[in-house]
Design a protein around this ligand. Sequence first.
Ligand code: 3AM
Length: 179
Amino acid sequence: MLRLFAALPLPASATDRLEALRKGLPGRRPDASDMHLTLAFFGEIDEAQAADLHAALGAVSAPGFAFWLDGAGAFGGAKPRAIYAAVRPEPALTHLHEKVTQAARSAGLRIDARRFVPHVTLARMKPGEMTSAEAAKALGARAAFLAGPVAAEAFCLYRSDLGRRGPRYEELARYPLRT
Ligand code: 3AM
């Protein structure tokens, strides 16, 4: 079984800024080269489904675009579990997310219909590692963060391996966006 997701890779110009932004945060921090903007999470699927998914993603036709990283947010509410760089609303990004989830459904995958919250995870915390007051302070200190325009020229299919030292990501395929 393969644990797969689709995401936009980030150029070094963006990850450099994100590395500076996450200084001082607790928890586990992905390597800069692993930072990404998740478009859809596909869960654990078998190789045949993965081949169908790859074919469907390869048929996605969506325009390239640029987006801005703007401020910071947290997942987990009263029990913060991740701090992320937020993404300024960008219709072309929402469109790409919809195309990718449609492609996955056409390949027979069940994708949950959670609201898409575009983000780049900066740090993941274990329960109790950060209080909500500490998270609020961390977000306040990062509210003025702005980086961009970040070019989205392709999206990727990644494999995630959940190891003891945190997830490791491997790029399996890259799908260009229209120029
Ligand atoms: O790296 P980020 O935070 O953008 O949070 C997981 C990670 O996103 C997310 O998929 C990415 C690769 O693991 N993820 C994990 N389980 C998920 C689920 N059940 C999930 N997203 C949605 N539903």
